[in-house]
Design a protein around this ligand. Structure first.
Ligand code: MSP
Length: 512
């Protein structure tokens, strides 16, 4: 039986077009999904859009259009095209305005209501529409500029609004102990460590019940037993992970796909690792496998964001360096789980040193030598033991890194192969061996080693760089698609035994 791997991105607010922070999230999730597919796992990658709530309602109004028209337009012209642009191979795309989502949300909510987890009550609280979240005093900071003298949301730097309504509440407070037990029993449930600590300390301070409906606007899903209320946008959005896979309507698919792994930004880890598991426990479904909270892309030391005008669109980068380099750079340069600053200089430097000079040069030199010295036929001999051992060890280490969500470590293992092979060429000097009739066996071993190593690196890098690895694979005699190769035995691949010339994989980019 193949193992199940269901992995999700957050669903994105479509109040604006995507920036590289959203792309970062999509690419990382896609790399994990592609890796698991190459393991042979029963993989399913889900992404989508979060379309209800006040933020979107107000944005649509500001553009003189209805929320539905607004979200339709943004999804079709910006969010879905971004997936194509970035080579994201998602298996499904869910919009929270779809009928399947609405139906599943209502079934889930009714079950919680019938089981006594929901009650009606009065309340007053501070709300940030940017976050779509109720805030406590500790979430607020003194404002600056036009908001001098007021308290503002620490993330959006804008004042919060006071909500005073009679709403429905979810008995979140009753789950404190069960959540603490969950974090203790399953230390790898929330990752990385610092996000887990943050979540645990938040829960240990005590939980209050959560308002899960609003009655002062109607852009949302109706509460099934009270048509005057719509469901709180976050409560409903979290349910996308189960409504997309048949919750309440298609038990077979649901059992096959659930539970899932959630890849989210650390700013929304609390929703995923506190509210969401409590909802799952209340509904009697298994708790998600893992919640991984990655870091932020920073600009000027702050979380990059469109609302603060620090947003960079993916196309600005892919137009210059290509999609593979985009995907490689963000996965390679930032330890997954930590914050990272984007810089054009760093991207340019890594592109030229690691991709063009490192991987690209290695491939073109090795292929040229097999053509020159052996007419394009790869000598049918074993790679030298020292390199063969490195290949196998790197594959094992890279694969283990993926289980810890350490994507940058997996890439590092592949790039160590590239570095070692470049060193190996210099040490072995095949051009010297070629001139010596007595050393033709050595030359055979060197060429076979290079080809085997390049093929291995192509397989390990295939989840990250979908295009250039396919060219590389075909060039060293790999058959079929590189993405169909079993990644756990990448070191032991066999090909046609012939090499082909390839155009430069990573052409030089002139400084702009
Ligand atoms: N709609 C909610 C998620 C609901 S999931 C049930 C939401 N949407 S969002 O569009 O604001 O953010 C989506 C994701 O993008 C989040 O994981 C967030 O952390 C991520 N990022 C937004 N800006 C980012 C950076 N500057 N850097 C890295 N990730 C960033 O929250």
């Amino acid at each position: 039986m193949p193992e199940r791997f269901t992995v999700t991105t957050p669903i994105y607010y479509v109040n604006d077009v995507p920036h590289i922070g959203h792309a970062y999230n999509e690419v990382a999730t896609d790399v994990l999904a592609r890796w698991h597919r190459m393991r042979g796992d029963d993989t399913f990658m889900l992404t989508g859009t979060d379309e209800h709530g006040q933020k979107i309602m107000r944005t649509a109004a500001a553009h003189d259009t209805s929320p539905q028209e607004w979200t339709d337009r943004l999804v079709e012209t910006a969010w879905k095209p971004q997936l194509d642009l970035l080579d994201i191979a998602n298996d499904d795309f869910i919009r929270t305005t779809e009928e399947r989502h609405e139906r599943g949300v209502k079934i889930f909510l009714q079950r919680l209501y019938d089981a006594g987890w929901i009650y009606h009550g009065e309340f007053e609280a501070e709300y940030c529409v940017g976050c779509e979240e109720y805030k406590t005093a500790s979430d607020l900071v003194p404002g600056t500029g036009e908001y001098e003298g007021q308290l503002v949301c620490a993330i959006h730097s804008r004042p919060v609004e006071t909500v005073r309504e009679a709403n429905y509440f979810f008995k979140l407070s009753e789950f404190q102990q069960q959540l603490l037990d969950l974090y203790a029993d399953r230390p790898d449930y929330v990752q990385p460590e610092h996000v887990r600590n943050e979540v645990r300390s938040f829960v240990s301070q005590g939980l209050t019940d959560l308002s899960i409906s609003r009655s002062t606007f109607d852009w949302g899903i109706e509460v099934p037993w009270d048509e005057d209320h719509v469901v709180y946008v976050w409560f409903e959005a979290l349910l996308n992970y189960v409504t997309a896979i048949g919750y309440g309507v298609d038990d077979e698919t649901f059992e096959r796909r659930w539970p899932a792994v959630h890849i989210v930004g650390k700013d929304i880890a609390r929703f995923h690792a506190v509210i969401w598991p409590a909802m799952q426990m209340a509904a009697g479904i298994p708790v998600s496998d893992h919640v991984f909270g990655h870091g932020w892309l920073l600009v000027g030391g702050e979380k990059m964001s469109k609302s603060k005008a620090t947003g960079i669109e993916p196309r600005q980068i892919t137009d210059v360096f290509g999609v593979d380099a985009f995907r490689y750079y963000f996965m390679r340069a930032i330890a997954f789980g930590s914050d990272g600053s984007f810089s054009w200089e760093d991207l340019d430097a890594r592109y030229h040193s690691e991709l063009a000079n490192g991987l690209g040069n290695l491939a073109s030199r090795a292929i040229a030598m097999v053509q020159k010295y052996r007419d394009g036929v790869v000598p049918d001999v074993a790679p030298v033991p020292e390199v063969a051992e490195l290949l196998e060890a790197s594959v094992t280490r890279a694969d283990a890194a993926i289980d810890r969500f350490q994507i940058h470590e997996a890439i590092d293992q592949a790039m160590r192969i590239v570095d070692r092979l470049n060193g190996f060429v210099t040490e072995q000097a095949p051009w010297v061996l070629a001139k010596d009739d007595a050393r033709q066996d050595e030359l055979d071993a060197v060429l076979a080693t290079l080809v085997q190593g390049i093929g291995t690196a192509a397989i390990l890098l295939a989840p990250v760089m979908t295009r250039s690895t396919q060219s590389l694979w075909a060039a060293v005699g790999g058959e079929g698609e590189v993405r169909d190769q079993p990644i756990r035995s990448a070191h032991a691949w066999r090909g046609t035994g012939r090499v082909e010339t390839i155009p430069p994989l990573f052409p030089r980019v002139e400084a702009q």
